[in-house]
Design a protein around this ligand. Structure first.
Ligand SMILES: [Zn+2]
Length: 325
């Protein structure tokens, strides 16, 4: 993976519960990977408190962006857990074998940058078995004070009442968080400009309540609303306008296949950035966010349209002597 540091984007995101969020329940085992228990109890000051693991938030956001990507452009992202072609999946999506499994076929013949360059948009952002992604989420801990989380144990009858779903005669007790506000930090290291488009979509969809968190979301649990509290861009050089990693390291851009997509017109960064060590830090306030985040959103669809991911990765595997899984 690329070792130099050029730029980074960090968002502080508040996630407020709008309905009960499932902590642990018998429901989880019926829902498959979607419903692994994502909320656990974390001990501080002798008292257990719920928190949302960053890995769970990353999973939820990845799935959300994958759905959007498939809607914008079929076969534009892989199915990360799909190990070989599945003719039974509708719309030819069964051709979209996980990037990690495709690249594994030619593992010994990969050159630096190959794995990232040939990976789909989702694997570029969130990683695969071949490389780390650029997005990370910190564990989301609850706010204290009057908004501190309240957990309750409910039986399956109570669960049925608030989901309207059928419990199928199952007996279980479920622990839910009834209210609370959690806070996570979303970081994208060495972002490409279109990554910020993906982030802008995620932040907007959290704000619109379109992303659910926790177990049992298919049953209507885990409805949340997000709020961006802070947003920063850090860069290694002072920059008058927003630019992605391709602008900082033009020589490597081809090797890693960094997109040169940039918002048009260019988006100015605030003057007089803060200095933090060698970094320049640009705090992006609410007025800046309201004005500019929307202009980044087309970058996500633009990247999908610019790359023919599936044919590209097939061509790489064939060129290096591998077979399509
Ligand atoms: Zn992929």
């Amino acid at each position: 993976m690329f070792k130099q540091w050029f730029c980074r984007c960090e968002a502080l995101l508040e996630i407020e519960l709008e309905g009960p969020m499932l902590v642990k329940s018998g429901i989880a085992s019926l829902d498959g990977p979607d419903a692994a228990p994502v909320l656990t109890l974390h001990g501080t000051e002798g008292q257990a408190q719920p928190f949302i693991p960053g890995s769970s938030l990353k999973g939820v956001v990845r799935t959300h962006l994958e759905r959007i990507a498939r809607g914008l452009r079929p076969h534009s992202v892989c199915i990360p857990y799909l190990k070989s072609r599945d003719r039974n999946l509708p719309g030819g999506e069964g051709d979209c074998v996980g990037c990690g499994f495709q690249l594994q076929e030619v593992q010994k013949h990969l050159r630096p940058g190959d794995a990232y360059r040939q990976s789909c948009a989702a694997c570029r952002l969130f990683g695969s078995t071949r490389h780390r992604g650029r997005f990370s989420f910190s564990d989301a801990y609850p706010k204290t004070g009057p908004m501190k989380p309240v957990t309750e144990v409910r039986d399956h009858v109570a669960i049925d009442r608030f989901t309207g779903g059928a419990a199928g005669g199952l007996k279980f007790d479920a622990e839910v968080v009834a209210k609370g506000i959690f806070e996570t930090r979303v970081v994208i290291e060495n972002f490409e400009a279109w990554h910020l488009g993906a982030l802008a979509i995620v932040l907007a969809d959290f704000e619109d309540g379109l992303i659910a968190v926790g177990s049992g979301t298919s049953r209507g649990l885990g409805q949340v609303r997000g709020r961006v509290r802070e947003l920063w861009i850090d860069t290694i050089r002072e920059m008058p306008t927003l630019a992605g990693v391709a602008q900082f390291a033009r020589e490597e851009a081809g090797q890693y296949g960094w997109s040169t997509w940039a918002p048009n017109p260019e988006i100015p960064l605030p003057a007089n950035p803060l200095r933090q060590g060698l970094r320049y830090r640009y705090p992006l306030d609410e007025a800046w966010r309201d004005k500019n985040l929307g202009a980044l959103i087309p970058g996500f669809g633009g990247f999908l349209a610019e790359r023919d991911w599936l044919n590209g990765i097939h061509a790489l595997v064939a060129a290096r002597g591998g077979n399509h899984p």
